[in-house]
Design a protein around this ligand. Structure first.
Ligand code: ZN
Length: 139
């Protein structure tokens, strides 16, 4: 597959409202978008660092994978996933990854925040790093 850049870093937080003062007041970053992704039961907040984004993920339900991640992490948030932008489409990248024996979480691309097509590779196959592939279909 062809990766053009790191699209974003996903960070789990208990509360976006509690996390933003650190990112905005201490690090001096600016949140430019807050969006709920019903499908994933998360609220997301985006900040930009150069061309790379930071995606804060707050669970909207105890069923959310982010809620489970925080629970496993003793109630704390933390680094959750690494997202790469692929140039040849997420579906192609998934097929290619699967062809090399990588375990997929998503067999097909789905809609993520900011209108991106996204899919996750299983951390058991990616040396422990939950990996997201994305593409902007409007580009
Ligand atoms: Zn993400």
């Amino acid at each position: 597959m062809k990766i053009s850049h790191i699209e974003h870093l996903g960070i789990a937080v208990n509360s976006i409202e509690e996390a933003l003062p650190y990112y905005e007041n201490v690090l001096g970053l600016k949140c430019y978008n807050i969006e709920t992704v019903e499908d994933q039961k998360v609220r997301t907040a985006f900040l930009k660092v150069g061309d790379v984004k930071i995606e804060l993920l707050e669970p909207t339900s105890p069923e959310s994978t982010i809620a489970k991640f925080i629970e496993k992490n003793n109630g704390n948030g933390g680094m959750h996933h690494l997202a790469f932008a692929v140039e040849d489409g997420v579906a192609n990248a998934l097929a290619e990854a699967e062809g090399t024996g990588i375990r997929l979480i998503d067999k097909a691309p789905r809609k993520g925040a900011e209108g991106l097509n996204i899919a996750f590779l299983h951390p058991k196959s990616t040396l422990g790093v939950l990996t997201e592939l994305c593409e902007n279909p409007n580009k």
